[in-house]
Ligand binder design. Structure first.
Ligand SMILES: Cc1cc2nc3c(=O)[nH]c(=O)nc-3n(C[C@H](O)[C@H](O)[C@H](O)COP(=O)(O)OP(=O)(O)OC[C@H]3O[C@@H](n4cnc5c(N)ncnc54)[C@H](O)[C@@H]3O)c2cc1C
Length: 430
């Protein structure tokens, strides 16, 4: 029997472990330095806001692992020796593997700002970050969040529930406009402000200042403005967590480099999830993708390969979803922040200014290329199918109502959207 060792008990590592167990009797060990059991990282904010307890974020009961003969080890892997096939653990000594799966996730970025290690300054990624945030945000009045992405917006929502005043520093002209087209970035910018967040656009962090006890007391922006605060959230993106692989012989660039089978350059060593960088391109997809469902898909794929059925990782069209306070966001296919030369668009926004649909298609072939929706829930399987089948924009608009997934009794808008689409496209084609 082989010993399969998985570093990381996040969605990627755990999906791999479960799917290997379904197919084989090999010994499986999962190591994590973070928590004893797998929990849903995406639910961290709900623990802080009191909607859930940590216990509720664990998708499996604690007895599940023993019953399925998956050994859990709480420790940190400090070094990987690929020649002797040994891991060096911080507390428990050396561990031999026959097959190694690296699923070590991401870590929050820090860009070397003066004062970034003061007390009260932190990112939000791990369970320990959440505990630290509990501690750091106790009895405080003002917080500054740096970096306007999806984790930053969650942090703002979390702090606001504790009545902490939030200032948000965002480098771009509009919120998340490096990812979203201007129309959606405008909508979200207005929405963030409507929640009484002091959103400062075109503004960067220059320095964090501390008091005599080493605790943050203010920040200075690149415009020279000094803002008093007792908490600084650094949410300027994440990077693959791969330092412990230094000198292991495993090839890395931004992440652990893998081929189509999620194999690294070293035999019997695989990598998946947030820590991975694909060596090969896939149309419309980035080579490093740090989202939940890609980790899960990779976990299913790598398990098949390890168990003898070599399988390529083929994730299909891109999709993602998130929440900006109470506005849900979904994206299917590719909606870039700026149109590509072959693309054209239709944008509809509800009079409330809190719902929109943005569709992109090829202006020569009419092929549907992507859709963003805010405030209207759509069905993933419809868009996934239509994108894979390269449906035309007319087909998609005719069937738009079928994709609606809003709860019963929600107001529907497809009639109006399609009317306006027809009007807009008849003007374009005249
Ligand atoms: C606050 C927050 C909200 C998010 N919301 C969303 C969302 O809404 N939708 C979405 O798609 N994605 C979201 N994400 C991203 C998503 O959580 C990640 O893409 C996903 O968790 C990555 O899974 P993973 O298994 O690859 O890595 P991780 O979940 O990071 O798990 C890796 C594990 O490996 C452990 N580890 C690393 N190195 C070692 C070592 N040397 N020794 C021992 N253990 C080690 C880590 O401690 C960690 O426990 C969110 C992330 C955060 C932080």
């Amino acid at each position: 029997m082989k010993h399969i060792v998985i570093i990381g008990n996040g969605i990627s590592g755990i999906t791999a472990a479960r799917n290997i167990r379904k197919r084989s009797n090999d010994n499986i060990t999962v190591i994590s330095g973070e928590t004893e059991h797998f929990f849903s990282r995406t639910a961290l904010m709900y623990i802080y806001m009191g909607h859930m307890k940590y216990e509720n974020t664990k998708p499996y009961e604690d007895w599940f692992w023993k019953k399925n003969k998956i050994e859990l080890v709480k420790d940190v892997v400090e070094k990987v020796n690929t020649e002797s096939k040994q891991l060096v653990l911080r507390d428990k000594g050396n561990l031999h593997y026959d097959v190694l799966v690296i699923a070590s996730g991401s870590k929050s970025n820090k860009f070397g700002w003066p004062g970034q290690d003061l007390k009260g300054v932190q990112g939000l990624y791990s369970f320990q970050d959440l505990q630290l945030m509990e501690e750091n945000s106790k009895n405080i009045k003002q917080a500054v969040i740096v970096g306007g992405g999806l984790i930053g917006i969650e942090m703002a929502e979390m702090l606001l529930t504790r009545k902490i005043q939030v200032t948000f520093l965002v480098r771009e002209n509009e919120f998340w406009s490096n990812v979203l087209p201007l129309q959606e970035a405008n909508l979200i910018t207005r929405h963030v402000r409507s929640h009484h967040v002091d959103l400062k656009l075109n503004t960067e962090l220059k320095e964090i200042q501390g008091d005599a006890n080493g605790k943050v007391k203010s920040i200075v922006t690149n415009k020279g403005e000094v803002i008093d605060c007792q908490f600084v959230g650094l949410t300027v993106g994440v990077s693959p967590n791969i330092e412990f692989l230094k000198n292991s012989g495993i090839e890395t660039k931004r992440g652990v480099l893998v081929n189509k089978f999620l194999e690294t350059n070293v035999k019997d060593v695989y990598a998946l999830g947030d820590c991975v960088e694909r060596k090969y391109e896939l149309p419309g997809r980035r080579t490093v993708e740090q989202v939940w469902y890609t980790g899960r898909m990779m976990g299913e794929v790598v398990a098949q390969t390890i168990c003898g059925q070599k399988t390529k990782y083929e994730p299909g069209p891109w999709f993602n979803s998130a929440k900006f306070f109470d506005i849900e966001y979904q994206t299917y296919g590719n909606v870039w922040s700026e149109l590509k030369p072959n693309e054209t668009e239709f944008y509809w926004e509800h009079e409330s200014g809190t719902k929109c649909v943005h569709v992109i298609w090829d202006k020569i072939t009419n092929q549907f290329l992507g859709l963003n929706t805010f405030g209207i829930r759509m069905r993933h399987e419809c868009f996934d199918k239509w994108l894979r089948e390269k449906k035309s924009i007319d087909f998609v608009m005719e069937h738009l109502a079928e994709a609606n997934f809003d709860p019963e009794f929600f107001e529907t808008h497809e009639g109006e959207i399609i009317r306006k689409f027809k009007k807009a496209t008849s003007i374009i084609s005249q």
